[in-house]
Design a protein around this ligand. Structure first.
Ligand code: VGL
Ligand code: ZN
Length: 201
């Protein structure tokens, strides 16, 4: 068992990001057995859930004429418009049924403000609105975080880069992650994570 100062952060292993879901990531469900096994190693475990109101501004359907996966401009910068996914309270927003959630002490929901998306578990997409996870981890003495889950190139990468910026030692276990890979986003995210000092293994 690892020291409690090392946290496992499991990003968005939800039905909508798994095959058959609204924003399915190829092989998204393949990470579940690996993550369940990893949870046995960690004393500090956080699960995150993408958690959007149906009116969310990241949904293409809320931008008349816009296609899913197109890019728009928000007050905080560029934003991909997604298919409607992870709507609060729906089955799509629930964890994959085989993901063990009992070992987690904290379940963090993000993306619930209608006008701003939140890829990262630490800050919303304006890079300044905090989710509170930094304070939770630091006040519990966490120094190092290991990130796994979905999707490598969005929520995992944004969380990893924020964690590095906040002074945590950060590892992303790539074989316990899967990517959306939209227009080269996976290669770009890997490069940006490495430049931020994130260890990819
Ligand atoms: C995610 C796109 C939109 C993710 C969430 O979990 O990576 N990607 N919302
Ligand atoms: Zn989302």
């Amino acid at each position: 068992m690892r020291d409690a100062s090392e946290a496992l952060i499991v990003i968005d292993v939800q039905n909508d990001f798994c095959p058959g879901g609204a924003l399915a990531v190829a092989e998204g469900d393949a990470v579940v057995p690996r993550i369940n096994a990893l949870m046995l190693e960690f004393a500090t475990i956080v699960l995150t859930q993408d958690w959007h109101p149906v009116t969310h501004s990241s949904f293409a359907i809320n931008h008349p004429g816009a296609e899913p996966f197109s890019l728009t401009s928000m007050p905080y910068g560029p934003q991909v418009l997604w298919p409607t996914h992870c709507v609060i309270g729906t089955t799509g927003a629930a964890f994959h049924p085989d993901l063990r959630s009992d070992p987690a002490q904290m379940i963090l929901r993000k993306g619930f403000r209608p006008r701003i998306d939140s890829y990262s578990a630490f800050f919303e997409n304006d890079r300044t609105t905090a989710t509170g996870l930094e304070g939770y981890l630091k006040s519990r003495g966490v120094k190092a975080v290991t990130l796994v889950g979905l999707a490598t190139d969005y929520c995992v990468a944004f969380s990893a880069m924020d964690a590095a910026r906040l002074g945590f030692a950060v590892t992303v276990l790539e074989d316990a992650c899967r990517a959306i890979d939209l227009n080269g986003s996976l290669a770009a995210a890997r490069q940006q994570m490495q430049a931020a000092g994130v260890e990819l293994t």
